[in-house]
Design a protein around this ligand. Sequence first.
Ligand code: ADP
Ligand code: MG
Length: 227
Amino acid sequence: MKRNVVLKLSGVERHYGQGDTVLSILKGADFTLHSGEIVALVAPSGTGKSTLLHLAGLLEHPDDGEVSINGHACNGLSDDKRTAIRRSEIGFVYQFHHLLPEFSAQENIMMPQMISGLARKEAAVRAQQLLEYMRIGHRGSHRPGELSGGEQQRVAIARAVANAPSLLLADEPTGNLDPETANYVFDALEALVRQSGLAALIATHNHDLAARMDRRVTITDGKVVEF
Ligand code: ADP
Ligand code: MG
């Protein structure tokens, strides 16, 4: 498989003003992520993992530097264009699933596809395929509240990739799960990434999971460094 650069951060700066003081979180961070690659982002709380993922996902603007998705610099783009790129190219998974409680698992996965203009029937077929891929094909009609934590996260992962994005960003996706369930959820995520050629950046505190990824990076003194 040809390895394209999916995500590139160049000299990214992010500073938060807090009263008279400025909190510098990212100070010239560089990072490159290729298709088909799973990278662990492991760093202590408060070092800027979520900040980095939000910048990579075009949810925030850097104070300086550049964020490129699939070779396109995104800084100067309009909010509409950034939203369009986010919808088609980027999938997010959070620590808490954020599934809509009044809809079934299958409907939750159909939602982003229908927002992108896919017909209900086609969205339903793809949602079911993804559920089966995540080994919860029999749970499609259940609402999130009827699913276990591990099942909920597998639905959230399926929803994140429903529009076949090129980049998956996950912010401590197994942080709320016991180690065995975390492993099982990561197995499913890994299989999906390997099969689809997605690029994935996964913030985690779980060193066993990090060890299974292709590369490990951390944030030190506002920069992204491999370890
Ligand atoms: P992590 O995900 O690694 O725990 P975060 O990226 O959430 O770290 O936060 C990094 C630091 O930036 C923290 O000290 C946090 O308090 C601060 N921070 C994050 N977002 C904001 C914000 N919107 N305004 C001010 N400070 C923020
Ligand atoms: Mg965080």
